[in-house]
Design a protein around this ligand. Sequence first.
Ligand code: PHE
Length: 456
Amino acid sequence: MTENKRVTFGSKLGVLMATVGSAVGLGNIWRFPYMLGENGGAAFLLIYLICILILGLPVMITEFFIGRHTHKNAAGAFKAMAPGTRWSLIGYNGVLAAFLILGFYSVIAGWTLEYILQSVTSPMANKSVEVFASEFSAFSSGLIRPIAWTIAFITITHIIIVSGVKNGIERASKIMMPILFLILFILCIRSVTLPNADKGLAFLFQPDFSKITSSVTLSAMGQAFFSLSIGMGCLITYSSYFNKKTNLQTTALQVTLLDTLVALLAGIMIFPAVFSFGIAPTAGPELVFITLPNVFAQLPMANVWSFIFFILLGLAALTSTISLHEVATAYVHEEFQFSRAKAALLVSTGVLILGVISSLSFGIFKGYTLFGLTFFDLLDYVTAKIMLPLGGMMICIFVGMRVDKKILKAELTNEGTVPFYFFNTYSFFMKYIAPVLIGIVFLNELGVIKGIQRFF
Ligand code: PHE
């Protein structure tokens, strides 16, 4: 057997930062505004926030329980807790989700690298809204450049994964997170002081309840899972590196709060600008990339802002790709006894293939669709809207059915040394409310509930 000794995170701050690093990423700054724009604005935000609170938080705490209790990767954890049963399918679902997410996520992460380069090479100050948009579409539909950046991003992730959990992840997250907050804040201020900013704020914060449909609800739920990195074993894998002193409850609460704050800041940064510059909020995956350069162009030293921002966004994406890669690598490494380097290489190669096809689906493969979705959209849909919520639901059902409440409580209170005031509320939500609600959202989207209503 190859060396398989598990490392743990170095410090309390390291634990928090690495987990926040996984949660905060393109999901908050790229996907959240684009989903919100496509799904009716404030109505989406409202459901998103409800999902974070009543589904996200309980599922996150439950994943932390599983990970630290077993000290195993996403699939191994279920095997250890329920040997010889099919429960390990939850783990496989997670490992597969991580792999598929990496496939499309790396493309967007690659786009941030292009924008870093452009901040250095192409003056932004006097460009019009239309020029920014057409330059973006020329780039993203191209052949060589976006693929090269995707490959570059996967390679960077690979190198960090091979160099070891502790050094790579911890160091990167500790430095960049606070700077990211600061710059988001500054950009929010610039955005809300643009002409017509109030229209964007109204779009973001004044819900039109008639916009709440089953597909908006599913999108908001999927976004909540995606943004918090839950439902696919990522936080099981990370918490398997936590030590016995980590306070699981406060860590979950802090991660959730910070992640939601970043998404809200991203919304405040994007939508006033979208309305001010006359960009369509429904622009899709390109929304952030065609909106932000216009905000930078309104600031003195536009290129400098753009440069700093995209470096930070790239780093935020990197701490997330690291966590995704780690799920798959830890699985291959521990379950098949491959060396870490070999396991990582296998994962990276697979991701590379998915990444190239995803990238091409903005260009020459745009016309090839399944259920009306391009390859990129399909990976995004299947993972965020199906695999993660389904995984979250099964995680709750698993712990609800298979785990003795005393064991659960002992782990979540560090053997009774930290209080858990709302344990019964948490346990009730995790066991009954979360799985039922997720199930209802699925059935609703499939039209089953409408069918039943018609029947009566
Ligand atoms: N939460 C990350 C983000 O918002 C993406 C991610 C999803 C990471 C699932 C890990 C697992 O960018």
